[in-house]
Write a protein that binds this ligand. Structure first.
Ligand SMILES: *[C@@H]1O[C@H](CO)[C@@H](O)[C@H](O)[C@H]1NC(C)=O
Ligand SMILES: *[C@@H]1O[C@H](CO)[C@@H](O)[C@H](O)[C@H]1NC(C)=O
Ligand SMILES: *[C@@H]1O[C@H](CO)[C@@H](O)[C@H](O)[C@H]1NC(C)=O
Length: 202
């Protein structure tokens, strides 16, 4: 009992010390399931189908990434780390890498789904955190191909474990055809055995 209490206090104070910027990275099992689906694998599935990405891996929730998130103290810290990338961490550069892949391989006009970090084929982890304040991030205009505006976000998404993005990370071919460890059939996304089944939402 005492041990539990002390552990609880330590956890709380650890969170409070950096709670100035990151409110929390908490989510209920139901929310986790929805985030991984709607903000993750559904987008990746559609991007892979639309642009013929053959090596897109399945994402799973990774609470461990909150250690990295809690190191951020302001909007200026929305930068990629050693074992993750954060949405808007390098917005212009990331979009240009994504569009370079599409321009090279596809005759199709660029449509939706142009989010570079969530569509990084080699990522397998996702975490969403709430901010205590808004951050202003650049908005990309699909029509003009320019960053024309800013909008405010109050949540951030971290994707791991890869910290770089290269055009060669995108393999062109039939969806799910370059999955060394097999396919998650529901999505035509690649299975990754390093994903710990224990972190899978029930
Ligand atoms: C996490 O932070 C958000 C935004 O401040 C808040 O609405 C939510 O209730 C918090 N969740 C928990 C579990 O503390
Ligand atoms: C994707 O592959 C299919 C089947 O080979 C082809 O019909 C389609 O045009 C390709 N799409 C793109 C965007 O390359
Ligand atoms: C973003 O928030 C700031 C205040 O933090 C506000 O001044 C600005 O108008 C907001 N921008 C948008 C696009 O909502």
């Amino acid at each position: 009992m005492n041990v539990l209490l002390i552990f609880g206090v330590v956890l709380l104070s650890a969170h409070h010390s950096s709670a100035n910027f990151i409110a929390n990275c908490s989510a209920t099992p139901e929310e986790i399931e929805r985030i991984v689906l709607v903000d993750g694998n559904y987008i990746r599935h559609n991007f892979a189908l639309m642009y013929n990405v053959s090596n897109m891996r399945e994402l799973e929730w990774d609470q461990n990434l909150e250690k990295e998130a809690f190191k951020m103290n302001s909007c200026d810290d929305l930068k990629h780390g050693d074992n993750y990338r954060v949405e808007y961490g390098t917005a212009k550069e990331s979009i240009s890498i994504l569009t370079e892949f599409i321009d090279k391989t596809s005759k199709k006009k660029k449509g939706g789904w142009l989010w570079p970090e969530v569509n990084h084929p080699l990522q397998t982890k996702i975490l969403r955190c709430h901010l205590t304040d808004f951050c202003s991030v650049p908005g990309y205009n699909l029509m003009s191909g320019e960053f024309e505006s800013f909008f405010n976000i109050s949540r951030i998404y971290l994707y791991g474990p890869i910290n770089s993005l290269k055009v060669s990370d995108f393999q062109y071919g039939p969806t799910g055809s370059k999955c060394p460890e097999g396919l998650v059939e529901q999505w035509d996304l690649c299975h990754d055995s390093k994903n710990d089944p224990k972190t899978r939402p029930e």
